[in-house]
Write a protein that binds this ligand. Sequence first.
Ligand code: UDP
Ligand code: MN
Length: 283
Amino acid sequence: VTATPQPPITELDDIFISVKTTKNYHDTRLALIIKTWFQLARDQTWFFTDAVDTYYQEKTKGHLINTNCSQGHFQEALCCKMSAELDVFLASGKKWFCHFDDDNYVNVPRLVKLLDEYSPSVDWYLGKPSIFSPLEIHLDSYPTSSHKNKTPSEKISFWFATGGAGFCLSRALTLKMLPIAGGGKFINIGRKIRFPDDVTMGFIIEHLLKVPLRIVENFHSHLEPMEHIHPDTFQEQVSFSYAHMRNQWNVVKVDGFDLTKDPKRFYSLHCKLFPYFSFCPTR
Ligand code: UDP
Ligand code: MN
């Protein structure tokens, strides 16, 4: 029996890849992405930042979006960017929304392969939590504060995908989010629960819309030890990250360029995955 190969349901062009960044990280983080994995998804990737930057606007061929959100690593600023990411995605008409941080390496072909296993017309919230049990929070008379003294704070729990590992939402799910979180309303929800953007996302999807997080182990944030990812499995991973904490680098353990030239290991990782890339050593 010869089976005719089915065309893929999802192609790279069906995906909207958004990367959250900030002015201070353009030279240190954005530049590294632009030289590596961005080159494999130049038309699909958009950077959401908080300043005008003509240099990187040109480097990204116009894919740097100034959200006008305030700079700073605090709830309001982060939710403001996520809100912009979601709204630009909704207007794009693409089938999948994938968010990443600017310290993520995205294995582009693997991301496409992952999403090809799911239907964009079914509600999907794909990602990976960084905690081992659902987050428990107290809601102070959400959504209205009309009966202040009567309502005791309600305890709820939900899972959320860590933003620093990346996560993807199907178009079907984002359309359900649209009336409650579209058009900037994501910010209001974040303000009410007083949690960061990724937690707010989990709150909206799991708690308000009752769509469960589907855990995909192939996403990785720097909250995990990067050296635990075995080089033989690099091809299978969707995302990687790095961090410098307590005088130590948490980075992928990979042979390649020396540590002074590639402390974050992204050039080496990129060459391991795509050995024929321009800057990779010829073998
Ligand atoms: N970030 C931001 N504004 C800031 C600081 C950070 O938008 O003032 C973004 C940053 O570009 C990254 C994400 O927030 O995409 C997480 O920042 P970082 O990696 O510095 O901190 P983490 O939360 O991972 O410890
Ligand atoms: Mn980080």
